[in-house]
Design a binder for this molecule. Sequence first.
Ligand SMILES: Nc1ncnc2c1ncn2[C@@H]1O[C@H](COP(=O)(O)OP(=O)(O)OP(=O)(O)O)[C@@H](O)[C@H]1O
Length: 450
Amino acid sequence: MKPGPRILVVDDDPGVLKALRGLLTDEGFTPVEARSTAEAARLLDAPEGPPALMLLDIRMPGETGLEFLARLPRPLPAPVVVLSGEASPAEAVQALKLGATDFVEKPPSPERLVTALRNAMALGALQEERERLLDALARPGHLVGDSPAMEALRRLIARVGPSDTAVLITGETGTGKERVARALHLASGRKGRLVAVNCAAIPSTLLESELFGHEKGAFSGAVSRRAGRIEQAHGGTLFLDELGDMPLELQAKLLRVLETKEVERLGGSVPVPVDARILAATHQDLARAVREGRFRQDLFFRLNVMPLQLPPLRERPEDLLPLARAFAAELAGPNVPLVLAPGAEAALRAYSWPGNVRELRNLIERLNLLRGDGPLTLGPEAIQGPLAPAAPPRPTLGDKSYREHVEDFERDLIRAALQEGGSIAGAARLLQVDRGNLYRRIKALQIPVP
Ligand SMILES: Nc1ncnc2c1ncn2[C@@H]1O[C@H](COP(=O)(O)OP(=O)(O)OP(=O)(O)O)[C@@H](O)[C@H]1O
């Protein structure tokens, strides 16, 4: 059996130690004993780490419990519950002021003592979680999440970050691709900036000069010489977001930059050396884009040396609560607790989060705006609200066969596509199937063509 949480009992009275030993063991704790504060100090520094809690007598010969408490480092190495014995209420209050979580009078009633211990430990765990969150929020590239996928990702970032390898980050919208790029940049230790370019947001006619820069007079409007984004990332990292949207001819130019580590401004003839780490992200299936001739295979291979796939949020439910808490702390401040109403956690897990982490952040932001002065409360209705798609109707099973059910579904699907596409060719395009095959299914299922 796993030993229970260690509790350090500090008391000079062997009788009290013996009584507490029995009581604590019965309650599933592992008592560790010290007869003086000097011994307690040694045990707090023990190699197995500090205990889960310290139960501290106030009146002891030599250094008193209060004196000891006052000289302990902050934050305290463990939550402290004080045994107040015949001590005056003033001393108990003094102990609380010095950071003790609670006090129990001697001789303690087992029930009162165990409640105090459990409460103190719960509070200690909360405080630790809060410290961890604040720490995490202080680092902009930090990735919140307890799922195995997130842990693996953090390990990978620590390993790959410091190298110069290009990294291709893929994942649905809002899964945190840019956040990962920032984490990689921070882990790289590169002194320069992270320069981000969204290839989908800049019109393709402007993207070239944006990336490569231009000399004065390179084209009408190029009134002065301008360094492109690639050059600006010299000594740092260039993050190409939505790389799948980059036009083919620019892909060729980018490949050349990757291979030669030089960039040529538009209208210029002298290549400028650049040392920029390249990170790219896309929500598209680039391998498919390569097959369909929309993306250069050589560039894909060049970037895909280190592929990094971010799973959608619905596939890592362990991240939901840590993320929700982190966003609440970030948006409402660390003193506003996130309260989960009954059913909220189940609703979070049941929802499919098509907008992924960004959608969860937006939800918390909305709740924060609506909360007034109260706590930030997350109830199931917030998740089942306008965000959630209507649940798909449950099929009535009746006495139809499996095949008949599938055909009914197929019929509905083709009808909808015919209506939207306007013709068999249009429907085939929408459904991404061959027109001949679709025609044969329409015949077989006797679907009227508009
Ligand atoms: N693991 C995480 N920890 C903390 N915040 C996160 C995490 N993942 C994503 N976020 C936050 O979620 C939001 C969306 O993330 P981000 O912009 O990185 O996604 P993206 O995949 O690049 O999206 P898009 O494909 O739409 O550009 C941001 O506010 C980001 O800070």
